[in-house]
Design a protein around this ligand. Structure first.
Ligand SMILES: [Zn+2]
Length: 226
C-alpha cells in the first residue's frame, strides 16, 4: 500500500483502480490541486512525489462470487494461550493512522482506545479455540481488512458512557480473511475462511474510529485452494 506524505493516509494497492484513487486523494490536497505542474505527471511520477510505498504482507483472493478475502499467510499466534498484552503493544503503533474503506470511501482512524479495547472487550474474552486464534491473527492485517470491508450498517448509540466517543452512533462493516492450516511437514493443507465485523464508532469530532473486531465466524463454504 501507499502512504501519503502529505497527510499520512494509506491507499491500498491491491485493487485495479489505484490510479483513480490516487488522483481522488490528491485532489483533496491544496499542494496538488493548486499546482498545475502536477497535471502533467503520470501516476508513477505522482506516486513517487507524494507517496511512500509500504509492502503488503498479505494478498487478496476472491471466492466464487468474486468477493474479496484477505489471505493472512503469517500465523503469528498459534499458541493455545494468546498473549493479548503483546498484541496490544504492537497495535499501539497503529494509533493515529487512518485507512480508507474502498467500497464506501469512509476514512477510519485507529484511536488510542482501540488496543486496550480489543484486548479486554467482552467479545475477545468470550472467544475460544480457533476463533480466538483467528481474531488474534487478524489484528496483523487491520489496514487491509478495513480497506476491503463492506456491508456497512448503522446503529444508534444507546450507552451513556459512549455519548461522546460514539455520539453519532456505531457502524459495522463485514470483512473476510483466510488463515492457512498447516500439515506436519509444514505444507499448507487448506485455508479456513472467517468473517468478522469491524465495529466503528462515529465520534463527536465527526470522525470514524475502529473500536473492536467482533462476532467472528468461521465460514463452512467457499474453501480456498492452497
Ligand atoms: Zn494525503
Amino acid at each position: 500500500m501507499y502512504k501519503c506524505k502529505l497527510c499520512g493516509r494509506y491507499i491500498e494497492d491491491l485493487t485495479e483502480d489505484l490510479a483513480t484513487r490516487i488522483l481522488e486523494h490528491l485532489e483533496k490536497h491544496e499542494e496538488y490541486a493548486n499546482c498545475s505542474d502536477y497535471k502533467e505527471y503520470n501516476t508513477d511520477a505522482l506516486i513517487e512525489k507524494f507517496f511512500i510505498y509500504i509492502p503488503n504482507s498479505c494478498t487478496i483472493s476472491y471466492d466464487a462470487n468474486n468477493n474479496p478475502i484477505v489471505v493472512i499467510s503469517d500465523v503469528r499466534f498459534s499458541n493455545r494461550n494468546i498473549d493479548w498484552t503483546e498484541i496490544k503493544e504492537y497495535l499501539m503503533e497503529y494509533i493515529d493512522s487512518s485507512y480508507e474503506v474502498i467500497e464506501t470511501s469512509d476514512i477510519i482512524y485507529i484511536g488510542s482506545d482501540f488496543p486496550k479495547e480489543i484486548k479486554g472487550s467482552a467479545d475477545t474474552i468470550r472467544l475460544k479455540g480457533a476463533n480466538i486464534k483467528a481474531k488474534a491473527n487478524a489484528t496483523q492485517e487491520i489496514p487491509v481488512l478495513l480497506s476491503f470491508a463492506n456491508n456497512k450498517r448503522w446503529q444508534e448509540n444507546l450507552k451513556t458512557k459512549h455519548n461522546t466517543d460514539a455520539k453519532y452512533g456505531w457502524y459495522r462493516f463485514t470483512t473476510r480473511f483466510a488463515l492457512p492450516v498447516y500439515l506436519e511437514n509444514g505444507e499448507i493443507e487448506r485455508f479456513n475462511i472467517f468473517r468478522i465485523e469491524m465495529l466503528v464508532r462515529h465520534a463527536s469530532d465527526d470522525k470514524l474510529y475502529l473500536y473492536d473486531m467482533v462476532n467472528i465466524k468461521k465460514e463452512t463454504s467457499n474453501p480456498l485452494e492452497p
